[in-house]
Design a protein around this ligand. Sequence first.
Ligand code: ADP
Length: 439
Amino acid sequence: MIKRLMVANRGEIAVRIIRSCKELGIETVAVYSTADKDALHVRLADIAVCIGPPKSAQSYLSVPALITTAVRTGCEAVHPGVGFLSENSNFAREVKKAGLIWIGPDPDVIDLLGDKVTARDTALKYGLPVTPGSPGPIAKKDEAVAVARECGYPVIIKAASGGGGKGMRIVWKDDDLEENLTIASNEALANFSDGTVYIEKYLQNPRHVELQVIADGKGGVAILGERDCSVQRNHQKLIEESPSPGVTPAMRDAMSSGARNLFSSLKYCGAGTIEFLVVGEAFYFMEVNARIQVEHPVSEFVTGTDLIREQILVCCGQPMTIDPDNVQLSGWSIEARINALSPGKVTRLDVPGGPGVRFDSFLYTGATVSPHYDSMVGKLIVHDSDRQKALTKLLRAIDELEIDGVPVNTETQKKILSSAIFRSGQFGTGIYAQLEATL
Ligand code: ADP
């Protein structure tokens, strides 16, 4: 097994990865920007190296600084975490070129899945249904009109390289297509350095359902149940749960067999997520995220697995500890993302506890929430025997969470979780809009 690994990330995911490494007996190297010099991931790692100023482009996104640090500190592997360079095939290639292990799938597999247009083609090839839409990128208004009319309005223009809900525009009629094509393409270019866009039918109030996958790179694929991530604001996830209240065992089996086929054929290695939109009993492939995801803890709770450990094991050529043919799902888990409403310094922190409660965060009393990075400061995750009990537990845990000095979104989260529609389990991605006036 490897002895030392660099975590090319910050915040709660860096802390999360360091924790698994400690349990695996792997030393960790943290990297940090000057804004993060007192950050928890820096304090928990065995070695910490400053890689640049606060701006991500000059620190957490600086491939040369990261590679130099990994090599100089004698690391054998690099874990990219989530966001930043986690799905950047160029970074993955540089890591491998430096003779280090990339904790993720092969860069060619990242390329194949990272572009949503090619990913749709790949999914179709392996028998997964995709949303009706353009067969390839769309550049001209006439093509767009033809595709939109064939799909039927409304349609959604999406960035091929998109992520984090950016570069998407919903269009209701021919007249609005041209302008939105330009806006989406410009937004995509600004955010992803790639202005390629395509068109899909815009499904009304679907569920967002995704499967957690661990694959060993030799065709072995474990599917660790699904997550429902329908509670979103501006296409960004707020609350996630496993299992999904809208997925029947038959649907789970059908989605899983398609996913297994896809990941196995690609000789995928590491952790991955395959995302679907679900309407009634029908499901449509949306994309693959070729990395660990923020919401992975709900799958860890219902399967009793440490997904970061499994990810490191398979990428280091070790067998996974999960039996792919015998994954048991137990109970219900719900996660609420805790987002800072403004930056600041934490003057007091009281963390909830008790059975089945987990708080993944980089906060401590005295920690700084910097304006330079993502506003998510932590995740509160609970597990109990059924959905009702898990929901009661999460509301109890949120009440125990006290953060002074930095305002967070707990009141909104409580209102969503307490709403009749969330409690009923019968909702889609429109739930936030439906509740917005009450939040
Ligand atoms: P990103 O990679 O930016 O997260 P996704 O493709 O995963 O983008 O989509 C994010 C969210 O956008 C989905 O969870 C869903 O709410 C919405 N969405 C995307 N495509 C469609 C569609 N065809 N119909 C309806 N909603 C969609």
